[in-house]
Design a protein around this ligand. Structure first.
Ligand code: SF4
Ligand code: SF4
Length: 445
């Protein structure tokens, strides 16, 4: 049997000749994406890396098919209000697994964002997505919503309501899956100084995973980084960019750039992979803004996933933890930031911890920002194989460095009654450091 990828079932358009008539999309975000679109040679190597193609078996729901659809929009052979095109683009997770598989370097993520931004000019995104984006852009409203969520979580109501069927039950299960387990603080030891670091507090991270932010501070300090404050941060803008609200993403990016500039930090540490990728792409996001382009690029160059910073320092070994953790790679860490080894090196600094990378750790879990709320059926279809893989490892812990993945996988585990919970890799390292400081096991199941 041939290993060649499947041929495209659609006629493959020829390249655009020099001097061809102007594109109908000339005044839309798609125009800027056209050079990237034209780098696709329709080889199909990306198909088997695409979770939606694997789940649906439809070429229109593959990277190659979507690129052809977007090109047809740009060239005017399909109208911008074509409902089927919208559906196929809405069903894309934006996981960027196709970028890793692509031998031609097609910048699929940027193409998708430009396509969604262009489609939004004729029809806004789904109401639930618009509501989510509006809340994330308003710090007070977001803080109030997350405070209410914490109350629901603290009272045990989230775990109770997680038994409800459908999207509502799953949303409460996601909230229940964010419940912090007891951890112990400790005073980080002196270490070789490695510079100053400002930590992106994040929206969901600050509201529901504050314990991971504290663990991030302690593990960085233990490895020689001096944590400095960066007040007045906002949402990173990733949700807005992925939904095609590029103006909203740019407004949030400008606020964050100013906040991190004021901090004077050498590095910006991020413990949420989607947010980390967004900050690393601030230069691209604001490339056409003369007042901000250079500032955005400078901040992007200082952004690091927390695992990158820890690996530069070793990381320092902790005390043994006799635990077993499966590892799943967040898409925007492995495909977006190309960091496959670093999180495993962080876990490798925990002696006696058994780490089992999932067989398809680089495949999306189906979380993808607001995706599990706006495309609940497909999100579950994508999650199913991941849960089966986790169950087959028998590991009671699943380490993954992104809040969306932690909540989505955690909710799936809870509803499938698989006896495992999710944890951020820095939580395990932090527990090992705490155990070292206190002379006892510090990770509470
Ligand atoms: S996106 Fe890349 S891998 Fe996929 S068909 Fe185009 S060139 Fe091939
Ligand atoms: S981003 Fe993910 S879901 Fe979308 S086309 Fe690429 S591989 Fe498929």
């Amino acid at each position: 049997m041939s290993d060649a990828p499947p041929r495209s079932p659609f006629p493959v358009p020829e390249g655009r000749a020099p001097g061809a008539r102007p594109l109908p999309c000339a005044d839309t975000p798609l125009a800027g994406a056209m050079p990237g679109i034209m780098t696709c040679v329709h080889c199909g190597f990306c198909l088997q890396a695409c979770p939606t193609y694997l789940a649906l078996g439809d070429e229109n729901d593959s990277p190659r098919g979507r690129i052809l659809l977007v090109r047809a929009l740009a060239e005017g052979t399909l109208p911008l209000d074509d409902p089927d095109v919208r559906t196929h683009l809405d069903q894309c997770l934006g996981c960027r697994g196709c970028e890793t598989a692509c031998p031609s370097g097609v910048p699929y993520g940027h193409i998708l964002e430009a396509a969604r931004a262009t489609l939004n000019t004729v029809k806004p995104p789904a109401r639930i997505a618009r509501l989510g984006l509006a809340v994330f852009a308003r710090p007070r409203l977001l803080a109030a919503a997350l405070a209410a969520a914490r109350v629901v979580r603290l009272t045990g109501l989230a775990a109770l309501l997680a038994r409800l069927p459908g999207r509502t039950g799953f949303a409460f299960a996601m909230l229940a899956a964010s419940t912090p387990r007891a951890s112990r603080s400790y005073t980080p030891r002196d270490a070789t100084p490695r510079g100053t670091v400002a930590i992106l507090q994040g929206c969901v991270m600050r509201g529901l995973f504050a314990h991971v932010n504290r663990a991030t501070e302690r593990t960085l300090a233990t490895n020689g980084y001096r944590v400095v404050p960066a007040p007045a941060q906002r949402c990173c803008g990733a949700l807005h960019a992925h939904a095609g609200d590029l103006a909203g993403a740019r407004a949030l990016a400008r606020r964050n750039i100013a906040a991190f500039e004021r901090s004077g930090a050498d590095f910006i540490a991020v413990n949420a992979s989607g947010c980390g990728l967004m900050i690393k792409e601030y230069g691209h996001l604001l490339a056409d803004d003369p007042a901000w382009a250079d500032r955005a690029a400078a901040i992007a160059a200082r952004a690091r996933d927390v695992s990158e910073l820890l690996v530069v320092a070793g990381p320092t070994l902790g005390a043994p933890l006799h635990e077993h953790a499966a590892y799943d790679a967040p898409c925007h860490l492995v495909h977006g930031q190309h960091l496959a080894r670093e999180p495993l090196a962080v876990l490798g600094a925990v002696p006696s911890l058994v780490v089992t990378p999932l067989p398809n750790a680089d495949q999306c879990c189906g979380s993808a920002g607001l995706y599990s709320l706006v495309e609940p059926r497909l999100a579950q279809d994508v999650l199913g194989p991941k849960l089966a893989e986790i169950a087959s490892t028998g590991a009671p812990l699943v380490a993954t460095g992104n809040p969306g993945c932690m909540m989505h996988i955690g909710a799936g585990l809870m509803r499938a009654k698989i006896p495992a919970r999710t944890v951020h890799p820095v939580e395990l390292l932090d527990a090992a450091y705490a155990a070292q400081a206190h002379g006892a096991a510090a990770l509470d199941r």
